[in-house]
Design a protein around this ligand. Structure first.
Ligand code: PLP
Length: 412
């Protein structure tokens, strides 16, 4: 008799789902060469961007790929967001609107710059910000928007840019999860004033475990971000007399850039493959009654970093936590939840910022309260399926079969 694995049944899939294969001989070769040279010359100097060409070249190649004038490589996605925000030269207490469904790396740099994060709600079907939710939060202190293309699904950037222009707001696109995702024939990251990327190990491509990139067409933001990411060095200034602003050391290393350059060549294929896998999954999910995939906006081609699966909990005997456990026991790479709403994290709830000062909330926004009901509902009704570009037809078929089986046993 057919039974769920959790009840002692046999799994549909005997093998584990495939792991990603991120590297090949090309990364090994370049790093081996670099280390041999460093050892021969007995110096670590050439591993720093000042004495090498890898970071400079990576920046040029990254900008070329995205069709922007400038790119600045940094040490993480968080560093990229921090440098991008710093380049806007905002005043303490100014506000930046962003999404509550993201990584802390989107939000913490706002606070570090003495600015107030304001969370706009999301669209239930895409889990992304929309013009309507952003507009509700705009006030006279709002100076910028950070949009996040969550799990690779683009926000509707044409409308968001139009809104931002209307209110004279700057737009930073957080593309940590959306390398080479396309919206209306353009890569995300190229719509706003600045696009930022995380290149850490789990992302579509990496620059060696950690890394980040800032892209822009705006020369002023480019220099300011570059200076901020290197302790205020006077890049782009004639006859400098010293360091020109405060900043941090967010420099990328030569080894990271060398890996990043090889990886950049792989991004198109990875994005394309993931797009196809999820679009195939969508076909299978059409026959399900209680599980469905989240929406792909019109005219978009997401790179799908992972897959949100909506669970209509009223139709099942169990809640989504139990269903995620059942699916996971069937062998699927499933997470019961992605994140908690950003404002539920202790660092925001308890305003753990600078000592006991609560700066910048005190003095600039002591009264601010965060609540995004749609985001909360969306997070409470979605589970996450972790696919990757190494999946083939069989993995797609098995995934659909597993969801069908779990639905058969668990639906009311
Ligand atoms: C949307 C988003 N923004 C920012 C970050 C921070 O990037 P990093 O971990 O490279 O600092 C991440 C990392 O997962 C992310 O997913």
């Amino acid at each position: 008799m057919d039974k769920l694995v959790i009840d002692g049944g046999k799994p549909i899939r005997k093998k584990l789902f495939p792991q990603r294969i991120m590297f090949d001989e090309k990364e090994v070769k370049i790093i081996t060469e670099m280390m041999k040279n460093a050892t021969k010359e007995n110096t670590a100097k050439y591993l720093d961007r000042y004495a090498g060409l890898q970071v400079d070249t990576y920046e040029k190649e990254f900008a070329k790929f995205f069709g922007t004038k400038y790119a600045t490589a940094v040490s993480s996605g968080t560093a990229a967001i921090h440098s991008a925000i710093a380049s806007l030269d905002l005043e303490p207490g100014d506000r930046i609107i962003t999404t509550p469904i993201t990584d802390p790396g989107t939000v913490m740099p706002i606070i570090f710059q003495g600015l107030i994060p304001v969370f706009a709600d999301v669209d239930y079907d895409t889990l992304n910000l929309t013009t309507e939710t952003i507009e509700e939060k705009i006030d006279e202190k709002t100076k910028a928007i950070i949009v996040v293309h969550l799990a690779g699904v683009p926000c509707e950037m044409d409308k968001i840019i139009e809104l931002a222009k209307r209110y004279n707001l700057k737009v930073i696109e957080d593309c940590a999860q959306s390398h080479a995702s396309i919206y209306k024939d353009k890569y995300v990251g190229t719509f706003g004033d600045i696009g930022v990327f995380s290149l850490m190990s789990g992302k579509h491509i990496t620059s060696g475990g950690q890394g980040g990139m800032i892209i822009t067409d705006n020369e002023e933001y480019y220099w300011k971000a570059k200076r901020f990411a290197d302790r205020g060095k006077p890049f782009g200034i004639e006859n400098p007399k010293g360091n020109v602003c405060i900043g941090l050391n967010y420099r990328m290393t030569e080894i990271e850039a060398a890996i990043g350059r090889v990886q950049l060549k792989k991004i198109k294929k990875i994005a394309e493959k993931r797009f196809k896998i999820v679009e195939e999954l969508r076909k299978g999910f059409k026959n399900l009654k209680g599980f469905s995939l989240w929406k792909r906006p019109k005219d978009s081609k997401p790179n799908y970093w992972f897959c949100f699966v909506k669970v209509e909990q009223g139709k099942f005997k169990f809640n989504k936590w139990k269903l995620a456990e059942i699916l996971s026991k069937e062998g699927l790479p499933i997470g019961a939840h992605y994140v908690i709403p950003m404002y539920e994290n202790p660092f925001l709830k308890q305003r753990k910022t600078f000592g006991t000062s609560e700066y910048p909330f005190k003095p600039y926004a002591p009264e601010i309260v965060y609540k995004c009901p749609v985001a909360e509902k969306a997070l409470n009704s979605h589970i996450t399926l972790y696919l990757n570009e190494c999946w083939g037809k069989k993995e797609v078929e098995d995934t659909i079969k597993i969801f069908e089986r779990v639905e058969k046993f668990c639906i009311k």
